[in-house]
Design a binder for this molecule. Sequence first.
Ligand code: SF4
Length: 376
Amino acid sequence: MSPPRKRKAPSPTPLVEPARRESLRSGLLTWYDRQKRDLPWRRTRDPYAIWLSEVMLQQTQVATVIPYWERFLQRFPTVEALATAPLPDVLAGWRGLGYYSRARNLHRAAQELVARFGGRLPSTAAELLTLPGFGRYTAGAVASIAFGEPAPLVDGNVARVLSRLFEVEGPPGDRAREARLWELATALVPGERPGDFNQALMEHGATVCRPENPLCLLCPVREQCLAYRNGRVDELPPAKVRAAPKRMTLAVAVWAHEGRLLLARRAEKGLFGGLWELPAAEVEDDTPDPASAVKLAEALGAEVRVQGHLGTVRRQLTHRSLSLRLLRVTGHPHPTRAPAFQELRWCTPDEASSLGMSTAMHKALEAAVTAGALRG
Ligand code: SF4
């Protein structure tokens, strides 16, 4: 007797029904070909230049990024040029963009690319993910846009578009929602021009399926949109609950000596890591001057005396409200090395402004000089 025949397992139901998938892909690609913005990184095939644009765009608006991207590429035109540049120069090239960890990771990744890949970016998301600063989004973006790998990506724009098209529930940051969005992006990307398809999704989110007042009547995939069909466009995705920015007060030492000011380079880790500054120490809002002097003395490894105030510079970062309290100080000895900093230098204001410094600290330097830090 012959053994009973095994039943063939039914093929799994696709996450996105094939006809709908094709309609979405072709609708978005056709729309993208006609409507995409002419952005400089869309005119290059250089994977390094594309990678740089993706890193800069992560927390910064397109219009702001364009001149930074052009200047940075002029200054560091290749992976090798970036890898061999001193970190402070790279941070100086990043000044004004904020989130300096992006620049530090870019620099470290360039060095690894030279050491492990002969200065070239590898072409798959899996290999890119082994480099510093590459998360799932950046790896998917570079692999698909620069190399044509059908690698998915989800950023804020894509998340919004997919959550409306497929009625994905849950607030931003919810793990089940994120997993579902990545599944959908993975299901949609295979096919012709995966890099353009990913860009079409992002472009659609940035210009049509906007957070407020989406332009549904101009939408090329309206027929496929569940939120539109069910009158839920305004509900999806629900707004993210943002934590109030933390207050942070820094006592800033404005220490002048023979026409020069004391500048310090911060440790690599933490806020403004690796950047230059007028030496600063975190204090409470109401810390009296003598206690601020003790904090600065610990950081600088020298006796510090507060002689007066030169004003306060306030700066709003995404997650922090910064107050930089400018204290005119003197002390003994004039330090050239310090426990809390990588490096110290005595600089003229011109020399100081060419160092890699955060925008907040740059403003503090200007305010200190304007308030007479170098006079009497
Ligand atoms: Fe977005 Fe409206 Fe298009 Fe739906 S119909 S994808 S909500 S723009």
